[in-house]
Design a protein around this ligand. Structure first.
Ligand code: NAP
Length: 339
């Protein structure tokens, strides 16, 4: 395939205040550069939109630098090498890298990893076998110190991370796995298709604690928090002695412009000797090999299922896919098909 002279990429046009809109993004047509020494040119095939990208749209210091106005956004993508100036990669190789949000990407050879489409579909390297899958695996087993027999509660349960958390917990011997998600269809899917013991729609009438207490009358041992706020507060109340919380994400607060909700009951952590521990997937790369092997085998044996919501229409659709993910339009990993 010949490489075009120009291609599209998505720039940050302005910083969102509260909920982002399409106006915060701009589709730009740019020249496709030649790879320099030690670089490859990748034609991106699928890219990821992730909740953490919302934080990078703010001009605040964080564990990743903010996106710059007028510059392309970036993030996980898989694609095909179309030109190589590195002995490590040949034209035709499929690679995973961090230069999404554009049709063609120049990537340093040390920032790309070869991926094999005969082992798993390329998209899986952005989801179940990629960063979200590792987050679920390391968060549950290492950070959350999961133990056989635990009663586990996970929020954002129908999403990329949450659905894997719940299934790994079941496969590793949880006595009960409860999930929360934002629609009746997602709740049905968790229980009927993904093997959760119980689930509730947090948008249904009544506080989160009422729904959770009904499904976990004897309490929970481990809460995997993707949502924060009211969910975290409910979990703290229902955690048993020496319960554990994995602080993975707080998506209910990412678009907040005012003071955020709770938890107002943290003092309970003292008497119950709770552990609340934050995590970042990047710290757990040493588990990757074990994770890919174990989760890969479960997928091959049809014991673990994963969903992808693939938005078609090319890179110009990336902003609306990102906004849709924030609104909960995805089941499993939200992805954009570029080619
Ligand atoms: P995801 O769950 O696939 O997609 C985001 C989901 O969040 C939406 O589908 C939506 O589902 C839910 N949501 C949106 N607003 C909500 C609200 N106000 N209350 C409750 N749920 C809401 O995303 P993901 O990639 O798997 O990430 C899940 C969480 O893990 C995020 O908080 C993310 O920041 C975090 N994360 C952390 C790390 C780390 O290293 N610490 C790594 C990856 C992800 P509903 O329909 O259910 O509302």
């Amino acid at each position: 395939m010949s490489v075009p002279n120009t291609a599209l990429e998505i720039h940050l046009a302005s910083r969102p205040q509260g909920w982002p809109t399409e106006l915060n993004f701009e589709v730009a047509e740019v020249a496709v550069p030649e790879p320099g020494d030690g670089e490859i040119l990748v034609r991106n095939l699928v890219m990821s939109v992730d909740p953490y990208m919302r934080g990078r749209m703010n001009d605040t210091k964080s564990y990743v630098p903010p996106f710059q106005i007028g510059e392309p956004l970036d993030g996980g993508a898989v694609g095909e090498v179309v030109a190589s100036n590195s002995p490590e990669f040949a034209v035709g190789d499929n690679v995973l890298h961090g230069k999404g949000w554009r049709e063609y990407a120049i990537v340093g050879a040390d920032h790309a990893v070869k991926v094999d489409s005969s082992v798993a579909p390329l998209s899986a390297y952005l989801g179940v076998l990629g960063m979200p899958g590792l987050t679920a695996y390391a968060g549950l087993l290492r950070v959350g110190e999961f133990k056989e027999g635990d009663v586990v509660f996970v929020s954002g349960a129908a999403g990329a991370v949450g659905a894997i958390v719940g299934q790994v917990a079941k496969l590793r011997g949880a006595s009960k796995v409860i999930g929360s998600a934002g629609s009746a269809e997602k709740v049905r899917h968790l229980v009927d298709d993904l093997g959760f013991d119980a689930a509730f729609n947090y948008k249904d009438e009544g506080p989160v604690i009422k729904h959770l207490a009904e499904l976990a009358p004897d309490g929970i041992d481990l809460y995997f928090d993707n949502v924060g706020g009211e969910h975290l507060e409910a979990a703290i109340t229902l955690l048993r002695l020496r319960g554990r919380v994995v602080l993975c994400g707080a998506i209910s607060q990412y678009n907040s412009t005012s003071a955020t909700a709770g938890p107002n009951n943290l003092a309970l952590a003292i008497g119950k000797r709770l552990t609340l521990r934050g995590m970042l997937a990047n710290d757990h790369g040493d588990l990757r090999e074990q994770f890919v092997k174990e989760v890969g085998n479960w997928i091959a044996d049809d014991k673990l299922k994963y969903d992808e919501t693939l938005v078609e229409g090319g890179v110009a659709k990336a902003p609306s896919a990102f906004l849709g993910m924030l609104r909960g339009e995805n089941t499993g990993k939200m992805l954009v098909k570029l080619a």
